[in-house]
Design a protein. Sequence first.
Length: 158
Amino acid sequence: MQALYEHEGARLLGVARRIVRDQASAEDIVHDAFVRIWTRAASYDPSRGSARGWVYSITRHLALNFVRDGRWETDLGEPGVIAAVTLAPELDDLQLWSGSAKIYRCLEQLQPAPQRCILHAYVDGCSNAEIATLLGAPLGTVKAWIKRSLKALRECMT
């Protein structure tokens, strides 16, 4: 467990912090994620994906639940306005994942718009509708890009 924490802790903290946008809350989420990883290790199924993916999905889901439960609030200015996110912060997130060169190579193979969809969804925690707004693309197109990109990433990772 210590080796896992030393290897992935900072990256998991980055994922949680990007979603909840609060350092203290992100630290709590990562702590909870490691407790859950420890207590539910027997439930990990290698046929469903990598252990690393399982660990990241636990952290991501805890962070998203934190946001959905309303324990996190922020002022976005005008009601209903979603701040535009440039590609530069996403590249920083990819650099955080440098220990996973394979996923980085697989993400690089995606076209720019679908790649941004995946990053907004899985790094930033955005919904499909939020991604459509950020990219100025139709919701159906965003859903299709995500579906095809996930399939391509699965194929690339195997």
